[in-house]
Ligand binder design. Sequence first.
Ligand SMILES: Cc1cc2nc3c(=O)[nH]c(=O)nc-3n(C[C@H](O)[C@H](O)[C@H](O)COP(=O)(O)OP(=O)(O)OC[C@H]3O[C@@H](n4cnc5c(N)ncnc54)[C@H](O)[C@@H]3O)c2cc1C
Length: 598
Amino acid sequence: MPTYTPPLRDMQFVMHEVLKVVDELKQIPQHADIDADTINAVLEEGGKFASEVIFPLNISGDAEGCTLDTKTHAVTTPKGFKEAYKTYIDGGWAALGCDPEFGGQGLPLVVNGMFYEMLNSANQAWTMYPGLTHGAYHALHTYGTPEQQQTYLHKMTSGEWTGTMCLTEPHCGTDLGLMRTKAEPQADGTYKITGNKIFISAGEHDMADNIIHLVLARLPDAPPGIKGVSLFVVPKFHVNKDGSLGERNGIYCGGLEHKMGIKSNATAQIVMEDAIGTMIGQPNKGMQGMFVMMNSARLGVGNQSLGLTEVAFQNALAYAKDRIQMRSLTGTKAKDKPADPIIVHPDVRKMLLTAKAYAEGGRMLQAYCAMLLEKEHGHADEKVRKDSGELLAMLTPIAKAFLTDNGHIATNACMQVFGGHGFIKEWGMEQFVRDNRINMIYEGTNTIQSLDLLGRKILGNNGATLKKFGKLVGALVAEEGVNEKMAEFITPIAILGEQMTKFTTEIGFKGFQNPDEVGAAAVDYLRVAGHLVFGYFFARMAQVALREIAAGNTDPFYVAKLQTARFYFSKLFPETATLMRTARTGSKVLMDTDAALA
Ligand SMILES: Cc1cc2nc3c(=O)[nH]c(=O)nc-3n(C[C@H](O)[C@H](O)[C@H](O)COP(=O)(O)OP(=O)(O)OC[C@H]3O[C@@H](n4cnc5c(N)ncnc54)[C@H](O)[C@@H]3O)c2cc1C
């Protein structure tokens, strides 16, 4: 059976020693009074909830799955899920990062993000029930009318009601412009919504009293394509004026998907027959509100893979110290045993360190993005708000795709550490691989993330945002460029930073002549950009570790950090050279292949 220990020490390192979040939060009026002790205490308790309440339900939930009563359309979640959710609500966890105006605790998003990393490590499928609510909450909080906000946000904040996002239809996934669900305006200002959605996560369940669906649909006179899509809030139960639950609305679960992973999260087919909803935002501008939700969800999906990477690493590490097979190539290490523990073998270490490096880099990126989001909305200085928003827009597809691809690599590597036992269910490792797989697909596949990064976020503004990130790298290079001890961490990012500028211009130029060149290079490009970002963060982490060691700090944590950074720059970061090379081979070898693909 797997185990899980919340990585509180590394979280504290990221927040307090590298990013200095408490100082940064002082510039944000609503968080000016927060201190490190409060943050640490909340995360310590949050870690207990994750490891003690929902982690024990991970394997059993996977085995049991959800069941649908086709007569009543009711979905029953696995044993223990409902009770765990009640503990979550009673503990006030749902309200952690929410607005105090609606009953939230108003804690910084970075705290909520780290809490969610632990929930994801413990049980990704369970975590998606409250997790989806956050996206719906943000969309309503940003674009909802005061009446919609009063009707829904209090109960979503408390967690008594959960939320969903209903975009996908059988014939329309990536291309939402193909959507068919219809919304007919009614005399009272509401809309009658009719259509079928599929793959709706947490679309029906027994954990909350009401489910608030955010649904994309078309008005009768809507222009074709994505410019004719509007956003609606459609509750499972109508809400009376006094806030009590009213009649059942015409929105039902018509079926549950049988799937590879996250089996205990109900992936619902949703049928709407004259379901009554109200519009969020302006007619035909539904994607604006949905993007608020999707951006929040994209960071959330990166966080899911971060959680799985961490828990897979912890278990593989323990196994590698315990399992004995063969002797070390450099001579016997465990003389009292018939063989050495497998951790003596270089390749086993490589697999472990790959997962460790991807977890630690991912945690930095997630925390950094959470701080950018905080600054974008709450910083006192307008320029900081604007810059933070732009940088976050560029980093969001990286946080989604790079972290989930890394999660795939890491969970597979950790399963491999177990040899054949990794393939056997009772160890829990194959579940981490299966659960992670969807993270590369939903919320816009990783290919779509890479097109968003390269096409819209980088080439779309002539590389201006990339230059902003380049300035951060440049500042670190300028600060540490003459420090010999930092050279092994600084030189690679200085070189890659320069190469990226040239590489981007080259693709931009080729793409101007033939747009398929952008499509052919995008996935490789995102991975190179991901390494530039991780390289920058590993250099910053190494900088802190070196300073602590120079000051006489003997905590082995800092030595471990340096060793992980060294491993990262030696064994993982260099794939950027291959990626740039393959990207440069262009689109012709892909597009002139009609015979090969006939
Ligand atoms: C378990 C699960 C949970 C989900 N939860 C939700 C949810 O809560 N709400 C919701 O609305 N949806 C949800 N989805 C749907 C999910 O977001 C979509 O499956 C995903 O966006 C891809 O859409 P699709 O499956 O229709 O694939 P398609 O859009 O048909 O894509 C097929 C392939 O073509 C590629 N492709 C498509 N267009 C391009 C292009 N222009 N350039 C390059 N490649 C392209 C894609 O990357 C992909 O590899 C969920 C799906 C699953 C399986």
